[in-house]
Structure formats: C-alpha cells, structure tokens
Design a protein around this ligand. Structure first.
Ligand SMILES: Cc1cc2nc3c(=O)[nH]c(=O)nc-3n(C[C@H](O)[C@H](O)[C@H](O)COP(=O)(O)O)c2cc1C
Length: 248
C-alpha cells in the first residue's frame, strides 16, 4: 500500500497535529505500508491560478513547475492520501489548500452523475483508493471539526476516493502542553498508531480507535483554567486585562 501523508500544519513536525500523524505513520509502516511524509509548509508551492489551464488548454498539465506539481504526480498513484491539518477558521490550513487545489488537474472538466450527485470524471486508476483525515483544533468541542470533515468528505467524493474516516483530537492545542504537564496523552497517541495499523490491515478505522483519539482528557472548565493560567504565566496578564483585547 502506497500512502502519501501530507502534514498541512505551518508548524510541521513540531506541531500538535504532527503528534498524531507521526504515530499513525509508525503504525502504518509497521504493517508494511510504504509511506511518504510531506510537510506542505516546506514545499515550494505556487497558488492555483484558477484559470483552469490544466483542463482547457493543456489537459492534465499544470502551468506551475514546482514541488507541488511533482507531489500531485505521485498523489495520482497513491492508494491513500493522509491529509493532516489543524483546524484554521473552521477548515484546512492555507498550506493544505494550496496543495489540494492543485489536484484539480487529476480530474476532467466533464461531468458524470453518480448516486444522483454530479462530479467530474477522473481516470479509472482513482477507484478503490482512499482518503484519511487527521486533525487537531484549539476549541474544546468536537463540533469545531464539522466544516473541515465536510470539506474533506467533499474532496474525497470529487476525486472518486473513499473517505475512510477522521482521527480528530479536540482541544488538541493543549496536547503538547498536557504532555509536558504530566497528563496522560499516551492513550491518545497509542490509538493514533493503532489507527495506522488498522487502515493497512483492514482498510478501515474502528469506532473504538476513533473514540479513543477524541476522548476528553479533562473537563471543559479544567481546559479553560489550564490554558488561561498558561497564557497568564507566559504573557503576564493582570486581572481585567486580557492580552489582545486590552482597550485600556
Ligand atoms: C490562523 C489560525 C486559525 C485557527 N482557527 C481555529 C478554529 O477555527 N477553530 C479551532 O478550534 N482552532 C483553531 N485554531 C487552533 C489550531 O487548530 C490548534 O492550535 C491546533 O492544535 C494547531 O495545530 P498545529 O500545532 O499542528 O499547527 C487556529 C489556529 C490558527 C493559527
């Protein structure tokens, strides 16, 4: 199984999302997958020009000759796309969008109707291939992932790929912080590794594994207290003066 794992965090391997991604990759490799890990932030990456040159003028070919162009060539053949991105403004990061927009050249401009929905035709090689989402967010609640999950479901549909599922870590902002402060995050990371194994072995992610990844590690109140105390220490807040909102 050939997997391309794209780390879409601007923090790359130092980010919170990478904690899950790297465990997932370890699990997948242990089951024999051939995994290429790419950090989107480190790529020489042009923006999609939006003129659909890759559809109308030079079908299948992008006007940009950069790292992303080469990556998209490899993505065309990969059995699994692992899209790892923190939630930014409800969706994927700018770094991830920049890569994913460029995959449009893998599709034809011509439409087809499938299960009563329209989509673009693509090469038969896309069939049987899949997409996995890995994400962390800053907010405590899981609902923070809803727009992102819909976006990735939608792009999987557009690419005729099966959306296998999402490893979602709410209040993931606190992951490294909790790790440094003695809260047991190991069970979350272990579950991410098991997810990688399951995907290769079973072609699926079990409900138990996904549940273990998103389990709350503290209450909402504890989370707010812990984070605000950390900000206070770091930024020297005073009562009545909130950093960034100080009108006085
Ligand atoms: C520009 C920006 C926008 C963000 N938007 C959201 C958001 O809409 N919802 C949310 O829950 N967290 C949001 N976050 C928080 C990140 O998702 C969170 O800190 C995440 O764990 C960062 O992952 P990373 O360390 O892998 O980059 C945002 C962070 C940044 C920098």
């Amino acid at each position: 199984m050939k997997m391309i794992a794209i780390d879409g965090s601007p923090h790359g391997a130092r980010g919170n999302t990478a904690l899950l991604l790297d465990e997932f990759i370890q699990g997948a490799r242990a089951e024999g997958a051939d995994v290429e890990r790419v950090s989107a932030a480190s790529l020489n990456a042009e923006n999609c020009c939006g003129r659909m040159v890759c559809w109308y003028r030079t079908p299948g070919l992008c006007i940009h000759a950069d790292d992303v162009n080469e990556l998209v060539d490899r993505m065309a053949w990969a059995d699994v796309w692992v899209l790892s991105t923190p939630v930014h403004l409800g969706g994927m990061t700018e770094q991830m969008v920049r890569v994913m927009e460029r995959t449009v050249r893998l599709l034809s401009p011509c439409f087809e109707i499938h299960d009563s929905r329209t989509r673009h035709i693509t090469s038969p090689y896309a069939s049987g291939k899949s997409v996995v989402l890995i994400s962390t967010c800053g907010y405590y609640e899981e609902t923070a992932f809803s727009p992102l999950v819909s976006q990735v479901e939608d792009l999987s549909w557009s690419h005729h790929r099966r959306f296998v599922g999402a490893l979602l870590r709410p209040h993931g902002l606190a992951l490294r912080y909790m790790q440094e402060n003695g809260i047991d995050v190991r069970r979350v990371l272990d579950a991410a590794r098991i997810g990688g194994q399951e995907l290769v072995r079973d072609g699926a992610l079990s409900a138990t594994t996904l549940e273990a990844i998103r389990q709350p590690l503290l209450t909402q109140e504890e989370f707010v207290l812990m984070m605000n105390a950390a900000f206070e220490r770091r930024m020297g807040c005073q009562p009545g003066r909130t950093p960034g909102c100080d009108t006085g």
